[in-house]
Design a protein around this ligand. Structure first.
Ligand SMILES: [Zn+2]
Length: 44
């Protein structure tokens, strides 16, 4: 099952939530600047 995870764009700093499935390595892009330099943030 996919879970929600927080992502942060390393280019513009925009933070967003997207579904994350460890089995599916899907290419992600920042919804704001379209950069693919995305870092997943740990849930607290
Ligand atoms: Zn961005």
């Amino acid at each position: 099952m996919a879970e929600k995870a927080n992502f942060k764009c390393l280019r513009c700093g925009h933070e967003f939530t997207d579904s994350y499935d460890p089995k599916v390595m899907k290419e992600r892009a920042c919804p704001k600047c379209a950069s693919n330099s995305i870092r997943r943030m740990k849930e607290k």
